[in-house]
Design a protein around this ligand. Sequence first.
Ligand SMILES: C[S@@+](CC[C@H](N)C(=O)[O-])C[C@H]1O[C@@H](n2cnc3c(N)ncnc32)[C@H](O)[C@@H]1O
Length: 348
Amino acid sequence: MGSTPPLADRLRQQADHCRAAGSPLTAALLEGAAGELGTGGPVDRLLGPLEDDPPGTVPALRFAGALHRLVLERQAPGLAVHYPSVGGTPGEVWPAARAAVEEHLERLHELVRRPVQTNEVGRSSALLGGLLVVASATGLPVRLLEVGASGGLNLQVDRYRHEVAAGVVLGDPASPVVFDAPWGGTPPRAVPLRIVERRGCDPEPLDPTSAEDRLTLTSYVWADQLARFERLRGALQVAAARPEPVERLAGSAFLERELRRPRPGVATVVWQSVVRQYLDPAERDRVEDVLAGAGRRATDEAPLACLTLEPERGVGVDRFVVELTSRPGAGTRLLADCGGHGPPITWR
Ligand SMILES: C[S@@+](CC[C@H](N)C(=O)[O-])C[C@H]1O[C@@H](n2cnc3c(N)ncnc32)[C@H](O)[C@@H]1O
């Protein structure tokens, strides 16, 4: 007996979160699906078997991603008319979604079992502020290591244009990826930032130069959030021109190797965004142990910083926080509040 709430409740909770985060379309899909659980109909046959899946694996978003993929593959024209991502107009989406589930039940059975693989570049804008804090405190260039890097798009952080205040542009002013959401609160100082090495890991990395993987990344963007599509498109262009390595490795193995010895002359930053919920407890402990060991070996000449963007408490919340743990140094600092996809960002 677990304490996991029933799937219908989890779908409704995620629907509330999607609506609050500006995706009424995804909210309508999840509420429609929640209403069908327990009826014995096609949606129940599709989602009922996911009842006991851990909340961290977010079956709700796997369902939304699976439907979106059908639409992007031009398999579900009746549903596509409601999807802005392919030129549709939002409307009464649930009856069309229900019909698509009935028609494509077998394919959807396979698709809903795939993990969520969102690679959200909006999060890089929040993490960038953390890099500035580290650069300012250490005066050193940055060696950036990402756990759960997916397609590696956030490793490109300084190749995006971040307009963080009127007349203050960070990153590459000419980038096709543009953030023009001003930073709120007390932002970090805009000190010079030099990233001298960058690499990531993911047990299921995606290749931004492969058509199949680009489709996967696109399918997990909520279909009525066109600004996110624009940014993803731009980021795929940036990554295609200059891909950064994402190794097929779990975070613990990657960090064990990368942090074995302190690296003098650079500030090593290990960052992750919306990854914690996907790690099983043993892996989470291993990652913490490796970071703690490396933290003990860190020095002023070879400092280590851990930067995270994660939901404040568990899964399905509206408040996300950016936190920084610096070694040498004590404790973890709350740097900012932000949305699940990055902006708006308020610095503490
Ligand atoms: C929701 S995605 C977030 C991707 C990216 N960090 C972002 O913010 O756009 C979660 C990622 O964590 C990865 N992941 C799952 N288990 C992992 C592990 N043991 N070590 C590293 N990454 C893991 C998944 O494959 C997935 O790409």
